[in-house]
Write a protein of this length. Structure first.
Length: 99
């Protein structure tokens, strides 16, 4: 067993689950941020278009993943991307929704 594997075995399962959720949430947020920038939109513009507050949108880009499909649809519309692109991202980062 590698040293790295031993290190993870010493962490409590609840801690590993939370760390995993955080990593996947940050991945989701990074992809949302890049999509927003690709659309040449500021956080303020995108938040307003989606019906969210600036703080809520910023929190998503920092890794706080919305679990409401309505929010995800609003995000896609605000960035003028297809909803299936957000769905693909959700599927890629689905561990962010576990817990």
């Amino acid at each position: 067993m590698s040293t790295e594997s031993k290190m993870f075995l010493s962490l409590p399962p609840s801690h590993l689950a939370e760390q995993s959720r955080m990593v996947w949430g940050r991945m989701f947020g990074h992809c949302i941020c890049e999509s927003r920038k690709g659309a040449c939109l500021s956080i303020e513009q995108t938040a307003r278009r989606s019906g969210m507050g600036v703080a809520e949108w910023a929190a998503i880009e920092e890794g706080q993943v919305p679990k409401d499909i309505t929010r995800l649809r609003a995000m896609a519309a605000a960035m003028k991307i297809r909803f299936d692109q957000i769905v693909m991202l959700v599927l890629l980062c689905e561990r962010a929704w576990q817990l």
